[in-house]
Structures are given as structure tokens and as C-alpha cells.
Ligand binder design. Structure first.
Ligand code: ADP
Ligand code: MG
Length: 291
């Protein structure tokens, strides 16, 4: 069985490289021949009306977010872990909310901003008054596409809301109710439909619990309702592997975000669970027709 671990063309982050190496290592331990390949090698192109694809490859562990190459590979029948549609739905935070809505999960109240085509456009009184009356302060403003907490703002009043709205207006973004305790969330890693590891992320100096924003991971035992919520997210979105971020609102899990290519290094370190191994096991079983 031959597989490719596909990473971003311009990969720099040591954490991401390590992720790919861990996956290749755990796949090889399970008898699969795994090679790390960068997206920039043009694995697949459209030529003479046909899509070319890599020969001698049975599956792809897709650790990037680019949406074109995975669609091309799937069109040629390759099995991707995760699948293209699932990666796309997770990459766009608003699409994730829409996909998860009405499935029995708790989600923070969320309002997508309309697209804006003019840099000098102004949002009026009605715009801000509607957001305020639906969500209340403090609220969260975030870009639909973003990572590491970089494009997420906590706003406490009209002035800060107007500033964030003006700053983000040319990018898809959303307004969201703030839930849970500031700076704290729970990351649950799910693969093969099962929650295999979880950790608490806490940032004492910021409302964002991202490790990259200064959050610190620690071991935690979560109630079954949290683990079930994470597993439900993976099931609804059709993910083979993901990291689900849950906020704790009065003991109830609220879905903050679902990461299709969640880095597992910190979670492996904190929990001692072989997360790459569990993901590799799921891949090998699925390819053998048993999973
Ligand atoms: N609705 C919310 N209520 C409370 N905290 C939030 C909310 N949305 C985001 N956060 C905080 O901000 C962090 C980053 O937000 P997230 O949506 O996960 O974006 P990113 O993709 O940048 O990680 C979260 O881990 C959480 O700590
Ligand atoms: Mg996040």
C-alpha cells in the first residue's frame, strides 16, 4: 500500500514538518509505504482535457488546505485523508457553522458579514445596532479564514466593533457571541470517529487559547458530553481526523472551531497519546476496507 503525505508548498513551520514526519513514520510502522511530498511539485495537472495524477499511489494524507489539488486527486479516484469537501468546510469558519447547525450540537450565535467590494464603504447605524441586539457585548469578530488566533478580535463596545468591522470588511468575516471562560478551550482530537486525546488550553494573558497565541496545554479529563460533541462534529463534517475546539458554557460543550489539519505535537506531548499512530491505524484499516 503506497501513500503520499501531502504538505504545503512553502512549508516552514517546524511543527508542520514534524506532523508530516510523524505520519509517515507511523504509516511505515503499519506496513504502508509513505513519502512526504510538497504541494508545489504539481502532482496533478489538467492536460488535454484530462486530469493527470500520481501513479502507484493508493491514498493521500492531506495536511494542507489548498482546495484545488485535492479535488483533482479525488476526481481520479484517490482516497484522501481528510477528504477535499471536509477540508474546505473546516477551512471556512462560517461554512463549518452552517454544516454543523441543526445537528444537535451547541454553537455560539453567529452572523456572517455581507461581502464588501468597496474599500470606502460604510456600515450604518442599522448594521451595528442589529449585531449588538443579537449578540451583545462582549462579542467576537473573526475572519472566516484564519489560524492561530491571528484574525480573531474580542470587542466590548460600539467603537471597537466599528473598528474591527472596518478592518475586516474586505475579507469574509463573522460576528459571534462570546461563550465560555476567556482564554480557555478544550481541544479534542478525533480520528476514525473516536475521540482519542484531549487537552485543556489556557491563556492567562489573552482571550485566545491558541498555543501560538500563548496558550498552554494541560491534561484534562472531559465529561462524555464533550467527547461525544467532538465525535459528532467529525461525523457531520465527514472528517477522518480533526481537532475540535470546544468552549465550556456552564458545563455544556459549545463548538468554537473544527481544525481539519490540527497540529498534534502539543497534544501528543501533553497527553502521551500516540495520535499520529491512531490516525495512521485508521488510514490503513480504511484502505484495507475494514474501517
Ligand atoms: N465565540 C467565541 N467565544 C469565546 N472565545 C472564542 C470564540 N471564538 C474564538 N474564541 C477564542 O479565540 C480562539 C481562536 O478562535 P478560532 O475561531 O479557533 O480561530 P483560529 O482559527 O485563529 O484558531 C479560540 O481558541 C478561543 O479561545
Ligand atoms: Mg482555533
Amino acid at each position: 500500500m503506497r501513500g503520499i503525505v501531502l504538505v504545503n508548498a512553502y512549508i516552514r513551520s517546524p511543527g508542520m514538518l514534524r506532523q508530516a514526519e510523524r505520519m509517515a513514520e507511523e504509516l511505515r510502522l503499519r506496513g504502508a509505504d509513505a513519502t512526504i511530498v510538497k504541494n508545489g511539485t504539481f502532482l496533478s495537472i489538467l492536460q488535454k482535457n484530462a486530469i493527470t495524477y500520481p501513479e502507484n499511489c493508493d491514498f493521500v494524507v492531506y495536511l494542507d488546505k489548498d482546495k484545488y489539488l485535492p479535488r483533482m486527486l479525488e476526481k481520479r479516484g484517490l482516497r484522501l485523508f481528510n477528504r477535499a469537501a471536509a477540508v474546505e468546510a473546516c477551512d471556512d469558519k462560517m461554512l463549518t457553522c452552517i454544516a454543523l447547525a441543526e445537528s444537535g450540537l451547541n454553537l455560539p450565535d453567529t452572523m456572517p458579514a455581507p461581502l464588501c467590494y468597496y474599500a470606502d464603504a460604510e456600515m450604518g447605524e442599522e448594521y451595528f445596532a442589529t449585531i449588538e441586539s443579537r449578540l451583545g457585548y462582549p462579542m467576537i469578530v473573526k475572519k472566516s479564514f484564519g489560524s492561530w488566533g491571528m484574525d480573531v478580535r474580542l470587542v466590548e463596545n460600539r467603537r471597537a466593533l466599528a473598528e474591527a468591522a472596518a478592518e475586516y470588511k474586505m475579507s469574509p468575516h463573522l460576528y459571534q457571541k462570546r461563550v465560555g471562560k476567556p482564554g480557555e478551550d478544550f481541544r479534542v482530537l478525533v480520528t476514525g470517529g473516536r475521540a482519542v486525546a484531549c487537552m485543556r488550553r489556557k491563556n492567562e494573558g489573552d482571550f485566545r487559547s491558541n498555543i501560538e497565541a500563548g496558550g498552554v496545554g494541560s491534561r484534562v479529563e472531559l465529561p462524555p458530553s464533550f467527547l461525544k460533541a467532538a465525535e459528532k462534529c467529525a461525523q457531520v463534517l465527514g472528517l477522518d481526523y480533526c481537532g475540535v475546539d470546544l468552549l465550556d458554557e456552564k458545563g455544556e460543550p459549545y463548538v468554537c472551531e473544527v481544525n481539519s489539519n490540527a497540529l498534534f505535537n502539543e497534544a501528543e506531548r501533553v497527553t502521551g497519546v500516540n495520535i499520529a499512530g491512531a490516525f495512521a491505524e485508521h488510514i490503513v484499516k480504511s484502505m484495507a476496507g475494514a474501517g
